[in-house]
Design a binder for this molecule. Structure first.
Ligand SMILES: Nc1nc2c(ncn2[C@@H]2O[C@H](COP(=O)(O)OP(=O)(O)OP(=O)(O)O)[C@@H](O)[C@H]2O)c(=O)[nH]1
Length: 298
């Protein structure tokens, strides 16, 4: 028996004629060489094409699947990604004129502690999205970075309570250095604390079509530097104290976080545009505070 003797349903005509925006496979396991500076990653690929022949029964999924295997063999550059998308189209010549590939995974990076000589791994959710069609070739890199945000309003309200408690406690006491120092170190003195929340920055950047290397690590660094209080890995007490200080010096609403990221990305020469969304998972409310910003995006 050979391939010609096997029934080929995809080659038949459909009873209900209609073009389709996208047909393909989601969450295909694929080992991907993202670059020279990071070990190959096992990622999930969403791969597909449009079906522009209304009467064609279906696409040829095996052709897309088999082409994905090349991701394991060479680093993902702009030229290679475009070539791969072109291969998807060539294998569906009459059926499709638009192809997309999204690679989802987690970028593992070793991150040092703030003070102690320790370090640990962090996993940054990552997506690389490419599309090729009548509008040309586009490639986007998306990363998600977790950070801590302390509410500036809550901090001001807490400071006011501390002042009030100070006024009460020292109204009839002599103001001497040792007594004030002792009071400042006691739970009675620092009577209120501002709330902090674990927050997420979702950043997507558009890369030049001819990029030679995915700027993943640079993007993480840029985001974490702009935000100032990235979540930590290994933490001893000295690191926790440094983190408390960093949070106290780095109060921010979600609007502040979005503006800082905007300022850090808008003149970055490695990208052509970006869109971002920051989510502060409020500990004050049961809902999130969210801000979005973009520049030169679609
Ligand atoms: N188009 C399509 N194929 C599907 C679907 N679900 C499973 N498949 C299977 O995908 C397999 C591969 O399809 P093709 O790429 O057309 O396989 P093929 O005909 O052996 O390969 P070619 O000779 O290159 O066309 C087939 O066995 C289909 O049954 C679906 O929803 N749509």
């Amino acid at each position: 028996m050979n391939a010609n003797t096997l029934p080929d349903i995809a080659a038949q005509r459909t009873q209900i004629a209609a073009t389709l925006d996208w047909v393909g496979m989601e969450a295909v396991a694929a080992r991907v060489v993202l670059g020279d500076d990071v070990a190959p990653l096992l990622m999930k690929a969403d791969v597909g094409v449009n079906l522009r022949q209304a009467e064609a029964k279906g696409i040829h999924m095996s052709r897309l699947y088999l082409a994905l295997d090349r991701l394991d063999r060479q680093p993902l550059t702009g030229a290679f990604l475009e070539q791969l998308l072109q291969e998807f189209l060539d294998s569906h010549s009459a059926l499709a004129d638009q192809a997309t590939l999204s690679l989802h995974g987690e970028l593992p990076l070793r991150r040092p502690a703030l003070v102690s000589p320790l370090a640990g791994w962090k996993a940054y959710p990552l997506v690389v999205h490419g599309r090729l069609g009548p509008q040309g070739f586009h490639v986007e890199l998306g990363l998600q970075v977790a950070y801590s945000s302390t509410c500036p309003c809550s901090a001001a309200l807490a400071r006011q309570l501390i002042q009030q408690r100070f006024a009460e406690d020292f109204s009839s006491r002599e103001l001497n250095h040792a007594a004030v120092l002792d009071w400042l170190g006691s739970p009675q003195g620092i009577v209120a604390t501002p709330h902090s929340q674990r927050s997420q920055a979702h950043v997507q950047v558009r890369l030049p079509a001819r990029f030679e290397r995915l700027p993943m690590v640079e993007l993480v660094e840029r985001i974490e530097q702009a935000l100032g209080t990235a979540v930590q890995t290994a933490v001893k007490r000295a690191d926790e104290q440094a983190f408390a200080l960093a949070n106290g010096q780095n109060l921010m609403f979600c609007e502040d976080a979005a503006r800082r990221l905007h300022a850090s990305l808008r003149d970055w020469s490695l990208i052509e545009g970006f869109t971002l969304r920051v989510v502060h998972a409020e500990s004050l409310h049961d809902h999130d505070a969210v801000a979005r910003a973009s520049s030169n995006w679609r």
